[in-house]
Design a protein around this ligand. Sequence first.
Ligand SMILES: [Zn+2]
Length: 198
Amino acid sequence: MIERTAGGYFREQTAKFKRQLNDIKTNKEYSSLLKEIEETDHKIARIEEDILNEMIAADDIEKEIKSALKKQGEEEGKLKIERDRALAEQRDVEKKKSFLEKDRSALLPRIPPEQLSIYQRIAKKTAGVALSPVTDDFCSICQLRIRPQILDDLWAMNEIITCEACGRILYHRKPPEEAEPAGPIDDPNRKDDSSPAE
Ligand SMILES: [Zn+2]
């Protein structure tokens, strides 16, 4: 805006000089006035160029703002999708959890109290991971090799056997080819009436 005003000012100056040309008496006055007119015209040209450059710059800035806003909109859209996905996952996990809790409370009364108290004591010490499957003769959690005598006791399944190193309750895990397909406990979408009575 300042440049525009300055440009106007110089243009008025030039007009004034040109009017003065008519009143000139000597050649010297004439040429000095012409020189002033020329200089003023140069100033005007420079100012107009500056204005043009600033307009171009302003245009570029506007384009940058528009593209930044567009990017922001896209990012927000992506974030919303991520958030929705995480929420859906959370709902899914909560649903599974409630099924598992139901299963757990159905199973608890079927466990002899003394065994349950052993389990609970070990669970307290092991951050809730009281059981360790034995695979290839090793405790799968602490990797201790289980002695053959203990393995025999474990396969006999007459008593609770704990790992000598980590203290967890050991159990025999069938290799994958022997394992049964995922039971109802793993399926959160099961219907309660789907399992036949035994
Ligand atoms: Zn162990």
